[in-house]
Design a protein around this ligand. Structure first.
Ligand code: ZN
Length: 485
């Protein structure tokens, strides 16, 4: 018997322990899906599996509650597979081994999969606990959440009847999440003319040592964007000391704030000294500006041997590129008016590359208000138009706009206060959640996301607090009862 078996609520932990035995990383959810279906079959419940692997289980209301509004309990089947390098673990074969440490459950050197195994186990526990009072229920188990909400995207328009949804995939007990950002990328392409000039000495200006971070989670912290800072220095220098850009690049991922950027250019030998002094002064001013937020920020200017094959940009092309980078927005563009501290709208100038005949820029924008997201993207298009650039703006993922007047929110706030003697925290996140996609597919869906205390998800330090799982369960049971009337 394992340590987990004795924990309460026992039905939930029993399923969690079984889930741990089934490898279920993203794109490998077949077996865990079969496990869910086997539970439904055992209980005589109707179930459906779609082409992608999402599973819906239906359960009729408890006696006398048939007229209650239908509710959906939702979690995702997949987990992130991560392990410490000194651990031998085959995520396609080996079970996760949950252990108890100081009131928390964790795995040994791997991710635990409490994200979202605890949510899935809670759904399965609700199915098999006959004494619960509830209206008609649906259980939605999605696949490939961790790869970009891919499973939720394929849910059919008739998959769900209920219009109340409890998403069981949050990480802070006592916090109700009622909104998330939508997001979309813009791909900008700026034409670059190149032509040989007088300048011959190669120099490389590098900016590094920035903190970077996630463009949703860290965008409000005022961290430096390496591309923007490099562009600021070069834009200033360009007005006074003609240099000829060969190359400029920075950033790697659409959802990361760029940590490093580099520019290579040619200078006329007579201008080297004055240019170096000017750049040094400009860099020192930026270092002073960011001394608290970016203590590791460094600039380096050093000579290098340029290849004769790559011609420098023409002065006009170079000015256009630098103008674009300066005018292109980056950072927080708006805070939410009611949810304190929530970034409503932001944009990340994420990646810059210069090729032979064009520069490419990727900007990734987010907002919990669809109209604001559209506004930012239109702004990017306007900057692109002004600089003669081309822009492609593929469809992104939808926002879940916070609804402070939600009936579900009022109900659950009351339940929480009654059960635990304190107010829940109401919040939203500046990143994507499955609720954004589900809400768009099923208009009018009243949704809340909540969960137990879960730390360090997606890392081998992932752990879930046992006492908070019990409170999470209490809240689910009381909410279902209240919704049943
Ligand atoms: Zn999750």
């Amino acid at each position: 018997m394992s340590e987990i078996t004795g924990l309460k609520p026992s039905a939930l932990w029993k399923h969690f322990e079984e889930i741990c035995k089934i490898p279920h990383g993203s794109d490998n959810e077949k077996a865990i899906g079969e496990y869910v279906i086997a539970q439904a079959k055992k209980l005589g419940l109707a179930w459906q599996k779609d082409k992608t692997g999402n599973v819906v289980v239906r359960m009729t209301a408890s006696a006398g509650k048939e007229k209650a509004a239908g509710a959906v309990l939702q979690g995702h089947l997949d987990m992130v597979n991560e392990k410490n390098s000194d651990i031998k673990h085959d995520f396609l074969k080996d079970p996760i081994k949950p252990v108890i440490r100081n009131g928390w459950v964790q795995a040994e050197g791997t991710t635990l999969g409490a994200d979202n195994g605890i949510g899935v186990a809670a759904g399965l526990a609700v199915m098999e606990t006959p004494e619960l009072s509830h209206g008609p229920l649906e259980f939605l188990f999605t696949v490939s959440e961790e790869t970009g909400l891919d499973g939720a995207r394929t849910i059919g328009p008739t998959a769900l009847q209920g219009r109340i949804l409890l998403n069981l995939d949050s990480e802070e007990e006592g916090t109700f999440t009622i909104g998330c950002a939508g997001g979309a990328d813009s791909h900008i392409s700026i034409p670059l003319a190149r032509k040989a000039g007088k300048a011959k000495a190669g120099f490389r200006l590098k900016i590094m040592g920035l903190r970077g971070g996630h463009s949703g989670v860290n965008i409000h912290e005022g961290r430096g964007n390496a591309i923007k800072l490099l562009a600021r220095v070069l834009w200033q220098a360009n007005a006074k000391y003609p240099f000829a850009l060969l190359k400029m690049e920075g950033g790697n991922k659409h959802n990361a704030i760029p940590r490093e950027a580099i520019a290579e250019f040619l200078l006329e030998p007579a201008k080297i000294k004055a240019f170096s002094i000017f750049v040094q002064t400009a860099c020192d001013k930026i270092k002073a500006e960011f001394k608290t937020v970016e203590p590791g920020l460094q600039f380096s200017l050093e000579p290098f041997e340029p290849s004769a094959k790559l011609l420098p940009m023409t002065p006009k092309a170079q000015k256009t590129l630098l103008d674009f980078l300066l005018a292109c927005p980056h950072g927080v563009l708006g805070m939410h008016a009611e949810l304190k501290g929530l970034v409503e709208t932001s944009t990340n100038l994420a990646i810059l590359r210069t090729l032979k005949d064009k520069a490419t820029v990727l900007c990734s924008s987010r907002s919990s208000a669809a109209s604001a997201l559209e506004g930012v993207r239109n702004g990017l298009k306007a900057v692109a138009d002004l600089t003669g650039a081309r822009i492609k703006q593929p469809e992104g993922y939808p926002a879940w706009t916070p609804n402070m007047g939600s009936a579900l929110l009022q109900t659950m706030k009351g339940i929480y206060k009654q059960a635990f003697g304190r107010e829940p925290v109401i919040g939203a996140i500046h990143a994507g959640l499955e609720c954004g996609i589900i809400g768009e597919k099923f208009p009018g869906m009243d949704m809340i996301s909540f969960g137990p205390n879960l730390q360090n998800p997606h890392s081998p330090d992932e752990r879930v607090e046992i006492a908070s799982v019990e409170r999470f369960w209490t809240l689910i049971v009381a909410t279902l009862k209240a919704l049943a009337g």
